[in-house]
Design a binder for this molecule. Sequence first.
Ligand SMILES: N[C@@H](CCC[C@H](N)C(=O)O)C(=O)O
Length: 313
Amino acid sequence: MTATTSGDSALSDEKAFALHFVKGHGTQNDFVILTDPAAHLDLTRSRVAALCDRQRGIGADGLLRVVRSAALVERGVLDTLPTGVAPDDWFMDYRNADGSIAEMCGNGVRVFAHHLRASGLMAADRFTVGSRAGARPVVVHDHDAVHADVTVQMGPVRRDGDSLVRIGDDVYRGVMVDVGNPHLACVVPDLTAADLAAIDFSAGVRLEAEAFPHGANVEIVTTPGTPDAQGRFPASMRVFERGVGETRSCGTGLVAAGAALLAHRGESEGTLCITVPGGRVEVGIRADGSHLRGPSMLVAEGRLRAGWDRPER
Ligand SMILES: N[C@@H](CCC[C@H](N)C(=O)O)C(=O)O
């Protein structure tokens, strides 16, 4: 998987003057969306990091490139199409705020699907979004130009044993969960909402390197409460994302937390309603897959100016 390097594809060339972007978020996990069907943009790590920087660029937790799946293979960005992804599917080419590539982004898929519907790139409410972790079927329950309610089928959830993370002087034990990307989901008995809010992520998180050779996202979660009228277990979560830092929500992290919460109850299937700093999302875990349902907002759009990524004079 390599980035394209041809001279006609730089984000800073004359074509970039007309490069349109949309800014959106899913429970305040925010993204810059660039529509680039034929994969002409050269998304180098430093350009993505500059664009996502909240001082130097537009600012976001991540970047979503809207691209035809086949184009990524033709341009050498992907070696082959991931499982279940068809050449004509729209592909969410996801990058973290530091410019690194991640396999999947659950909130990103919700916002991506909303953008496809709101922009007219997709005419149906049910379709499949390609990701590096494979095909992700979505349902856009309702939408307008700004708001949407979207369900994403998040695929299999694999629990891989236990590990720990150090945050400041505290040690949290958790379950290693693979949702296409790696997570350590720590359910902390007796943790109150106030305790959760008081956790200090400012010095980052320290994982066991042998458990996560490629790093991981870390979720700290309260134990599940009494089910609501729809039978959904409530819980609260904060997350520290690989390649980003603390974010106000993380869709794959919510699914990982859901699996860990159910395991904590001695169960393998169920539905949860998890509160994060940026809002509330429904998570369902079943033997044959998982889902994430929640809001998406598209809040702004604009154009990048040519030369935006050149150093200051
Ligand atoms: N915010 C995302 C996850 C994005 C990728 C993650 N930071 C990683 O590196 O795995 C989500 O909503 O799932």
